[in-house]
Design a protein around this ligand. Structure first.
Ligand code: UGA
Length: 429
């Protein structure tokens, strides 16, 4: 099929590339000319495992192209996906101006029937607004359908999630676009659920909020574990073996971050409030998440006492593993808190150091994780990168003034760490 994706951020670029990979003809549009140029020349603006190779392969095969011209792309396509940002506003609500702008641009370019699909995470009822806008601004007065098709990919696993989805959600206002949408997704061999458009929009916010709730739940349990000498990982394993619960997203740590969960929670709380429902449960999820960071920072200050003039090594800056994304990263927040207390920091991340530089101007960026501990009073693990499990513990221990590790992601085994001569503090164990 001939498809357009408007917006080449995480969702747009990965979606467009995977659509091309399974055989569709895809045009990706972005209003940032320098980004389009970079993509046209074979580069990509983000780190995402496997993505660059797929982009290059599909560009070479002639199935994937990039442009700044919405009208050219709309003209050539049957289905147009909107994948532009929906950033948070200071009151927690969502800034819909990018979606509205794109809806007008698409409307202005339409000269025949098109299916306009919203992939961005949006408040329920956005589809109706997009349809109204297109109707108002489409001079050619052609027919169209608006569809909601939320995305469930995780950064760092985006290509894998997109190529092997758990489910495809297609929310429609009429039956007309269903067969075309099914044709787009049939090659992915995933279950397809067709719903009304409001339900599809709600599914996305409800799913992300539930996952955040799951993390806050296990973080709350971690507090009980610490107070009683239990082990949160064993509790999570025992809970997770119940198929109704499942083990995934039960990793206790320093809390969730990133560009999705914090923003989507605030937005969902706001949407509920506007509809007349006080979503207390989700406010509690936010509170537990904030407390988790407070508690971990306190663990460090309780042990090291005064942080002024202490040197601390920090492993991890990205908001999670396998990504260079530092937006709303708990690791960055932790660094900023330690700096505020007067500590000096030596930091390392396998991929996110470049993007962290503007957020942490006064720290030492260390290229090799095994050099981070040099002369440090403590080492902190802030991101769950698998690489850190291979840290040279003996070299790090010897390089420190005193071997203390605060592991905010539970990557190491407490008994083993003690055997190796470390004072080791993790979360909920
Ligand atoms: C999340 C959802 O998982 C995706 O399904 C969704 O499509 C995406 O948001 C989105 O709305 O676009 P993402 O933000 O990329 O994906 O990352 P996650 O893997 O969900 O991790 C989010 C945060 O939770 C990270 O800070 C991570 O460290 C933390 N986390 C995750 C935990 O603290 N414990 C866990 O058990 C799992």
């Amino acid at each position: 099929m001939k498809l357009t994706i408007i917006g080449t951020g995480y969702v747009g670029l990965v979606t467009g590339t995977c659509f091309a990979e399974i055989g569709h003809e895809v045009i990706c549009v972005d209003n940032d000319a320098s980004k389009v140029k970079l993509l046209q020349s074979g580069g990509i603006p983000i780190y995402e495992p496997g993505l660059q190779e797929l982009v290059q392969k599909n560009v070479a095969a002639g199935r994937l192209s990039f442009t700044s011209s919405t009208s050219e792309a709309v003209e050539k396509s049957d289905v147009i996906f909107i994948a532009v940002p929906t950033p948070p506003q200071p009151d927690g609500s969502v800034d819909m101006s990018f979606i509205e702008r794109v809806a007008r641009d698409i409307a202005g370019a339409m000269t025949s029937y098109k299916i306009v699909v919203d992939k961005s995470t949006v408040p329920v009822k956005t589809g109706d607004k997009v349809a109204e806008t297109i109707k108002r601004y489409c001079k050619a007065k052609v027919e169209f359908d608006v569809v909601s098709n939320p995305e469930f990919l995780r950064e760092g696993f985006a290509v894998e999630d997109l190529m092997h989805p758990d489910r495809i959600v297609i929310g429609v206002r009429s039956p007309r676009p269903v067969s075309a949408m099914q044709a787009v997704y049939t090659p992915f061999n995933a279950p397809i659920i067709v719903t009304d458009i409001n339900s599809a929009e709600l599914i996305k916010h409800a799913a992300n909020s539930f996952l955040a709730l799951k993390i806050s739940y296990i973080n709350a349990i971690s507090v009980l574990c610490e107070a009683t000498g239990a082990n949160v990982q064993e509790v999570a394993a025992g809970m997770g073996m119940d198929e109704r619960i499942g083990r995934r997203f039960l990793n206790a740590g320093i809390g969730f971050g990133g560009s999705c969960f914090p923003k989507d929670l605030s937005a969902f709380i706001k949407i509920a409030q506007q509809i007349g429902y006080d979503f207390h449960l989700l406010k509690e999820v936010q509170r537990i998440n904030a407390d988790q960071m407070d508690r971990f920072t306190k663990k460090i200050t309780d042990t090291l006492w005064v942080l002024k003039d202490k040197k601390i090594g920090v492993l991890g800056l990205a908001f999670k593993q396998n990504t260079d994304d530092v937006r709303s990263s708990p690791a960055i927040e932790l660094c900023q808190r330690l700096l505020k207390e007067g500590a000096t920091l030596r930091v390392h991340d396998p991929k996110a150091m470049e993007k962290a530089k503007s957020l942490l101007p006064n720290v030492t960026f260390v290229e090799d994780m095994n050099d981070v501990a040099e002369d440090c009073d403590a080492l902190v693990v802030a991101t769950e990168w698998d690489d850190f499990r291979k840290l040279d513990l003996e070299k790090s221990r010897k390089a420190m003034t005193h071997p203390i590790m605060f592991d905010g992601r539970n990557l190491f085994d407490p008994a083993e760490m003690e055997r190796l001569g470390w004072m080791y503090k993790s979360v909920g164990r």
